[in-house]
Design a protein around this ligand. Sequence first.
Ligand SMILES: NC(=O)c1ccc[n+]([C@@H]2O[C@H](COP(=O)([O-])OP(=O)(O)OC[C@H]3O[C@@H](n4cnc5c(N)ncnc54)[C@H](OP(=O)(O)O)[C@@H]3O)[C@@H](O)[C@H]2O)c1
Length: 359
Amino acid sequence: MQVLTHHSPIVLPGVAQRPALDHRPAYDGLVCEQWGDWRELKRQQLERQPLQPGQVRLAVHYAGVGFALKLIVAGQYQRKPPLPFTPGTEASGVVLEVAEGVVHLVPGQRVAAALDWGAFAQEAVVSADTVYPVPDALPLGQAAALPITYGTTGAALEWRGRLQPGEVLLVHGASGALGMAAVQIGRSMGATVIATASTEVKRNAALANGAHHVLPPDPQTLAASVKALTGGRGADVVFDPVGGDLFDASLRSTAAEGRILCIGFAGGRIAQIPANLLLVKNIAVIGFNYGLYIGWGLQDERRRHAPAVQALITRLFDSVASGHMPAPMTEHFPFDDWKVAIDTTMSRRSVGKVILDMV
Ligand SMILES: NC(=O)c1ccc[n+]([C@@H]2O[C@H](COP(=O)([O-])OP(=O)(O)OC[C@H]3O[C@@H](n4cnc5c(N)ncnc54)[C@H](OP(=O)(O)O)[C@@H]3O)[C@@H](O)[C@H]2O)c1
């Protein structure tokens, strides 16, 4: 087992440097030329750029579509790439070329990656710190969902929520990309999982992926329903990527000493927190931003966090590859249908993770 330090690159035993796998001088990608609506993205031919030290060039086979895309392209995300840019932050594919200083990856290797931007193209350049080797048993089409969707969820539940075996986990948006990951990871961590989702199809998907109980996301009835399922105690940990009225109802659905993970605001409203409710039941509301660990924070700390993140992603890959956890549920669209794929996510129709097939 290799021990990683904050500044040492990750070295896999038996992996030797190989020359670049070269193919095309130009490739296709989506481009955001100005801040606005995601439908204004354009598919264009892009020129290859030289690699900087520490970078890796990937042939992107699959790219994950995330809910934050809308905000990033509108220029409303906490982080703004320089215009023009190619959006997309999650990918899987094959290493084409590695720059100086990269020793844990070689051309030809199957990998998944968390990108600053650039995944919606047939090639991408990415920092080696956020590139993760994929086990042979795991198809690349599923691996594309792991670097951010499952990384976020696993880190939130393990590092910040400190979910314990036997605890009750309440997951909102449980058929969405993050919510489905929370159902699967929470179950694999030994929790009893209560999942909320808005339609019967979505609730059935949550049950099929490991939820013990499902509920509609009704803020009026949530607390009573959760208490009825938990002998009056409530949930120990709440995973909330939806926010709004559901967050408010979660405060009333939580057990004493419960932890609410504030993950996102897919419902559109950022909830305000009445501190008296926290005090009365010793509840902790925990903000969680995975970006901090992969270089998207106010300071770029991806190098410092790389060993912990690499270990987490490797554990998640192994859990899926060994069958301990179900494979990510993915819905695939060809690159030509990128508008349909993005619209499926943005219009609340997706179940699991939406993936663009780039090759
Ligand atoms: N904190 C972090 O580090 C981090 C990382 C990645 C993503 N996020 C955020 O987490 C949130 C969820 O991301 P995701 O990829 O899981 O999205 P997703 O796949 O679209 O799932 C979101 C779920 O939210 C529910 N929802 C409720 N109201 C909605 C509305 N008005 N529009 C759309 N969905 C609505 C839907 O479930 P029902 O239909 O069942 O209600 C949907 O399945 C986003 O806000 C995203 O930006 C945060």
